[in-house]
Write a protein that binds this ligand. Structure first.
Ligand code: HEM
Ligand code: HEM
Length: 180
């Protein structure tokens, strides 16, 4: 369903995920400040994991709102850029949903419990050091690709706002001038 405005919940979740991604980034970068096997290093990984799970939940919610309510088409005077923006949005959705799954698998292949506000996830896989290494590599690759793509996406948003002076960023801030 196509609209001319984002649903306020979509806007809220967009900026919430933005903050959560920064928090996930900071906690996992902080990890390397502490020696291997130390409690603080493990704590950083666990907190990173909680932010990652929150990102997953927020993205599921966002997808549901998008399906029920719809979203506006990206705008750009160059049709190729409109298609690129659409592709970028799908890619971001995909990575924000897939990266946390690999994070969860990483913990489980390492034989560690995953906590989420007092709840413990059921074990989906049997601990396996070989698989842990593979899944760790995939998770890191997905996470780093995500940071890179988000950088391009944010620059594109700023370019549309300050250079093209269109409505895209205002739409994502609920300050759009268009009706409906
Ligand atoms: C963690 C960081 C971010 C993520 C994961 C992210 C993800 C997304 C996604 C998936 C959409 C598509 C919305 C939808 O169709 O449901 C979107 C739209 C948008 N984002 Fe972001 N975003 C991030 C940060 C930013 C930042 C920092 C800016 C500011 C420049 C920004 C500006 C926009 C704009 C303007 C749109 C609407 C584009 C349009 O209407 O065509 N985003 N974002
Ligand atoms: C969208 C969400 C997520 C992003 C963007 C993300 C990103 C990353 C990145 C980039 C790294 C590598 C950091 C480095 O060592 O340089 C990493 C490591 C890690 N992630 Fe995530 N992650 C997410 C979700 C999760 C979730 C949900 C979990 C688990 C529940 C998780 C668990 C881990 C763990 C344990 C590591 C450390 C691996 C190690 O070096 O020992 N992540 N994450």
């Amino acid at each position: 369903m196509t609209k001319s405005k984002y649903h306020p919940a979509s806007i809220f979740l967009h900026w919430l995920v933005f903050i959560l991604v920064i928090a996930a980034f900071i906690t996992i970068e902080l990890k390397s400040q502490f020696p291997k096997g130390s409690e603080l290093r493990e704590l950083c990984k666990s907190i990173h994991g909680v932010f990652g799970q929150l990102i997953f939940l927020a993205m599921i919610l966002r997808l549901a709102i998008r399906n029920i309510y719809g979203v506006p088409e990206p705008t750009n005077p160059i049709p190729l850029f409109t298609r690129l923006a659409k592709a970028m949005h799908y890619l971001l959705y995909a990575l924000l949903l897939i990266s946390p799954i690999f994070g969860i698998l990483y913990f489980q292949y390492a034989g560690k419990e995953i906590h989420f506000f007092g709840l413990v996830w059921p074990q989906f896989v049997t601990p396996n050091p070989e698989m842990k290494k593979t899944v760790e590599g995939i998770h890191e690759f997905l996470g780093n690709s995500l940071y890179f793509l988000i950088g391009i996406h944010a620059l594109a948003g700023l370019w549309q706002h300050y250079i093209l002076k269109d409505d895209s960023l205002r739409r994502m801030l609920n300050k759009s001038k268009s009706l409906a």
